[in-house]
Ligand binder design. Structure first.
Ligand code: HEC
Ligand code: HEC
Length: 357
């Protein structure tokens, strides 16, 4: 615990998480040491998500609140579907509102869309199901399940408020059916708010801050040993020396990065480039852009050269799974590769639901 004193400010921000779900988002905007992000946009240039004072009334509002709660406390509220100790908010920060941390407002307006990962057009609920299967090492809620409706309602509200901006009046926000909510916002019949259209808003909006901005290829080939040094200097104080995160009162305040309780070998974050992009723009917590690009690549390499839960698409042959699902141009993948004399994936941790020992 002594070591943590240097980050008391951050720790106390995170502890709020334990006591009050509504305050769950660590306010990284406030903690940021610099207001200029690596892609050189000022924070003020990103669209802003609506606040709780703009919550819709009635059933839609209830769905939005439940969706938010699933998002920030997935491990506790959705154990049927969640197979690890993560919450959605661990990678989609500030309750899915933070720019450059795959914010929900941008995501919602980007589906339905084709994904090469499953070679078909995915609507919004299918995209969420993907994060349950891989990032949460879980069993996705069945199609049209209430959990998916609630998460979609939360994202829909964030998207409408973000698009409309200061003229957002929640009373004028169209109330879609559940089936419509689940589709996402990238469709011809999406009901934009009148205020948004009156302000000249495009029906094909572009929202800066979507996803995790891409880093250039690093100067040096990313290196596990250099990454370990970065980890020890910049990350282990929160995520633990063994990368297993830290709990307070049985609740993770700092999530695990490898091992049995985190994202599996099929998740986007297991790709070194995706992890490097996320880390550069979001870690260390509250200090986006602190690491050099090279450090972000190196530490992402270190993280993803540790074993984690199995790729749920694996049928028993690691090499075949690697050949089928892990061939990405210019992307380092450690699944099926030998590190320290062990082929990663060959003794991976189980998927959800766990079989009794
Ligand atoms: C001050 C504490 C702190 C430091 C330092 C820190 N993190 Fe994090 N990290 C967090 C918290 C808290 C979250 C979850 C974010 C949330 O829920 O809002 C997180 C989330 C993550 C995630 C996504 C979730 C997961 O478990 O995979 C990764 C990856 C990550 N951090 C990597 C790093 C790396 C790499 C470093 C060092 C460069 C680092 N972190 C430094 C607190 C920290
Ligand atoms: C371990 C980290 C992690 C966790 C936990 C996680 N996700 Fe994701 N999610 C990702 C990554 C990585 C992407 C891809 C982002 C990219 O490539 O730009 C993504 C993408 C998405 C997208 C599409 C974003 C876009 O702009 O296309 C949605 C929606 C989404 N996640 C929802 C969820 C939900 C809901 C949960 C919880 C049930 C969740 N995620 C949990 C890492 C995570």
């Amino acid at each position: 615990m002594m070591k943590l004193s240097s980050v008391t400010l951050l720790l106390s921000a995170s502890l709020v998480f334990v006591s009050n779900t509504y305050a769950a988002e660590v306010d990284t905007a406030k903690l940021a040491v610099q207001d200029e992000l690596p892609d050189s946009k000022l924070l003020s240039e990103y669209p802003k998500a609506p606040g709780w004072d703009q919550l819709p009334e009635g059933e839609l509002g209830e769905k939005v609140v439940r969706g938010y709660q699933y998002f920030v406390d997935t491990q506790k509220l959705a154990p049927k579907f969640n197979g690890n100790d993560l919450n959605c908010v661990n990678c989609h920060m500030d309750g899915g509102k933070k720019e450059n941390a795959a914010p929900l407002w941008a995501a919602y307006m980007s589906y339905p869309a084709y994904r090469s990962k499953n070679n078909k057009i995915n609507d919004f609920q299918e995209r969420i199901q993907g994060c349950f299967l891989f990032s949460m090492n879980g069993t996705p809620p069945p199609t049209d399940d209430d959990v998916l409706v609630d998460l979609s309602a939360y994202a829909y509200w964030l998207a409408q408020g973000t698009l409309t901006g200061k003229d957002f009046d929640v009373a004028d926000m169209p109330v879609p059916s559940d089936a419509e909510l689940l589709k996402g916002g990238k469709r011809d019949d999406f009901p934009f708010t009148q205020a948004y259209l009156d302000n000249g808003g495009s029906t094909e909006p572009e929202l800066p801050g979507r996803g995790y901005p891409k880093l250039e290829q690093p100067e040096l080939i990313p290196d596990i040993a250099r990454g370990k040094t970065v980890f020890e200097q910049e990350c282990s104080v929160c995520h633990g020396e063994n990368g297993q995160g830290q709990q307070v009162n049985d609740h993770y305040v700092f999530p695990p990065l490898w091992g049995p309780e985190t994202y599996n070998w099929g998740a986007g974050m297991h790709r070194v480039n995706t992890a490097a992009n996320f880390i550069k723009h979001n870690m260390p917590l509250g200090m986006p852009g602190k690491l050099t690009d090279q450090q972000a690549w190196d530490v992402a390499t270190y993280l993803n050269s540790h074993d984690r839960p199995q790729d749920p698409r694996n049928q028993g042959d690691i090499q075949a799974t690697r050949d089928t699902f892990h061939q990405h141009k210019n992307v380092e993948i450690f699944y099926g590769k030998e590190v320290d004399g062990k082929v990663l994936g060959s003794e991976s941790y189980p998927n959800h639901p766990r079989k009794p020992e």
